[in-house]
Design a protein around this ligand. Structure first.
Ligand code: SAH
Length: 406
């Protein structure tokens, strides 16, 4: 199939005018050439799905049957996490938006078809408030000015909104009034945090933060389980399709109760927590990132789960040690990052030999590599492959794969 992919990865549109909206529906965003978000925006949504289906089939068909991709009913405004950078142009006009792809130039935008509408409105309002509060925007080149970024996260189920103001210094004397005005305009804002990032860095958040309003975190509900989201914690950015993905993963795991389940590369514990709620006997989660493990432990507590434990460390190392100790789980979920898993992990998995393996992947290329390794070195075979469209308009493809032993 020949498909031209534009360089643009995210579709943004600058105004709410009906013309612009019409253009967006046709898949042409006014800043698509500058922004780096939506690689597939030159295709209609049905054609994007065809493109993704073809790609998965090309890469994975030789391992097993590929189910039709699960589309998003409404593939717009699905991102629950939105971040904007700020700058002031040479005429003194304040601009908020995204970095032009591969540059540090900020492209001004007011809203984007992939982003949460409320989050975009909050960012525009903050931009308008800056002048009246005499707050400046940060200038990367000269390393001066105050506001660097705004990060907004919204719990789609709870409607709680978190606003993080990323500033270059701690000095924010008008903070109480600023928060008061903002919260009055958007009563769904349940917490406001000031994060101080004084460094010359590409990282969004600095180490120091101060809660200006509310609890410092928001909650969301996914598959009936409650999750705490703090400024730095990882959380799936499309909660609607995450439920679809996790439900599919649970179907494939086919838990009957009493099973021992490993949730490897577990992040903040979402998959393991959902499995524990759906009747697993005991669940063990393993994750490299310390902050995510701390969130996972808290999430398990908040869901009143006693049959789940989390360990921090490399998943491959953990698996190899578990094999040495003779542990045999019934089900292993694996959800590695884009780079996929590694041979240490896969060798330990083969030795461990659980009845069911459910592989969740955000990169079909590394998934194909790992499935090839398993096919060559073990009796594991692919039962089903289910692609899920988690990120409409972008080229990203998520798949859930069920493996069984020959
Ligand atoms: N299962 C989670 C997170 C998936 S993202 C969810 O659905 O939300 C992949 C996770 O793997 C990230 O949290 C990342 O920190 C973690 N990770 C990356 N390399 C790892 C490794 N070598 N060992 C364990 N975890 C790792």
């Amino acid at each position: 199939m020949s498909v031209i992919i534009t360089i643009c990865e995210r579709e943004y549109y600058m105004s709410q005018s009906s013309n612009t909206k019409k253009n967006i529906q046709n898949g042409s965003c006014p800043v698509y050439k500058k922004c780096g978000g939506c690689q597939l925006q030159n295709l209609s949504y049905p054609n994007q799905l065809k493109f993704k289906q073809n790609k998965v089939e090309k890469l994975l068909k030789s391992f097993g049957s590929v189910e039709p991709i699960i589309a998003m009913d409404n593939p717009y405004h699905y991102r629950n996490k939105v971040q904007a950078a700020f700058r002031t142009d040479k005429n003194g006009k304040i601009i908020s938006g995204v970095y032009q792809s591969s540059t540090h130039h900020i492209v001004g935008i007011d809203s984007c078809q992939t982003e949460d509408i409320v989050a975009d409105e909050i960012i525009v309002e903050i931009r308008k408030m800056l002048k009246s509060f005499k707050l400046t925007t940060y200038d990367e080149k000269f390393q001066r000015g105050f506001l660097r970024h705004v990060l907004v996260k919204r719990g789609f189920s709870t409607n709680q909104v978190m606003v993080v103001l990323v500033t270059s210094t701690q000095n924010f004397s008008s903070k109480n009034n600023f928060v008061k005005v903002l919260v009055k305009k958007f009563p769904n804002i349940t917490t406001v945090i000031q994060n101080v990032n004084p460094y010359k860095t590409n990282l969004l958040l600095g180490n120091f933060q101060k809660i200006l309003y509310g609890k410092g975190y928001i909650d969301d509900i996914l598959c009936g389980c409650k999750f705490r989201i703090s400024p730095k914690s990882f959380y799936q950015i499309n909660p609607v399709q995450t439920e679809v993905l996790y439900n599919k993963a649970m179907d494939f795991a086919d838990l009957k109760g009493k099973e021992t389940v490993l949730d490897t590369y577990c992040g903040i514990g979402t998959i393991g927590i959902v499995a524990a709620k759906r009747g697993a006997g005991q669940v063990i989660g393993i994750e490299l990132n310390k902050d995510a493990v701390r969130d996972a432990v808290q999430n398990a507590k908040n869901n009143n789960l006693k049959n789940i434990k989390f360990y921090q460390g490399d998943a491959g190392k953990f698996m190899a040690e578990a094999v040495d100790e003779g542990e045999i789980p019934d089900v292993v979920f694996m959800d590695p990052p884009r780079a996929g898993s590694d041979e240490r992990f896969l060798n330990a998995l083969i030795k461990m030999s659980p009845k069911t393996v459910v592989y969740i992947s955000c990169n079909p290329e590394t998934l194909a590599r790992d499935l090839h390794y398993l096919k060559k070195n073990s009796d594991y075979r692919v039962d089903k492959i289910q692609p899920v469209d988690m990120f409409p308009h972008t080229a990203s493809i998520e798949c859930v794969v069920k493996l069984w032993k020959k």
